[in-house]
Design a protein. Structure first.
Length: 137
């Protein structure tokens, strides 16, 4: 995402540091979940630690768009970012549910990973005629 930027300012750098800080905490919370056998508090903490990088990614996107303009290449690639907003919502729901049923919260967290990997629907590209000679086909 940063490769698509033309200009960089201080807000963009702080948003990037915020994202990297929360990403660095994920292994520690996973270790805590492993040691406590999926209790409610560590699963909720895992949800918080997953929510914060999602928010940080959103802040980074907004900082890049503010710095480079709404007509930049990144702005057209992002679009409305429905998957990003939905992922934050699912993480928050997972945090709340984790105190009732921790395994349901983990299902919500896995659902976010599956949603993020969905490919957007794009129109099929028109087929071009082959330029190879007929005797090679």
């Amino acid at each position: 995402m940063l490769h698509a930027t033309v200009r960089v300012d201080g807000k963009l750098l702080w948003a990037n540091l915020f994202l990297l800080l929360w990403l660095s905490l994920i292994p520690f919370v996973i270790n805590w979940i492993d040691k406590t056998s999926f209790e409610a508090l560590p699963v909720a903490a895992y949800g918080v630690v997953l929510t914060m990088p999602a928010i940080g990614y959103h802040l980074l996107q907004q900082a890049i768009l503010a710095c480079n303009g709404r007509s930049s290449a990144l702005a057209t690639a992002i679009g409305h970012d429905l998957k990003g907003k939905l992922s934050i919502l699912l993480y928050i729901v997972g945090i709340g549910v984790s105190f009732l049923r921790p395994w349901v919260a983990l299902v919500a967290y896995v659902a976010v990973a599956l949603i993020k990997n969905l490919k957007p629907k794009s129109p099929p590209e028109p087929r071009q005629k082959s330029r190879r000679p007929l005797w090679i086909r």
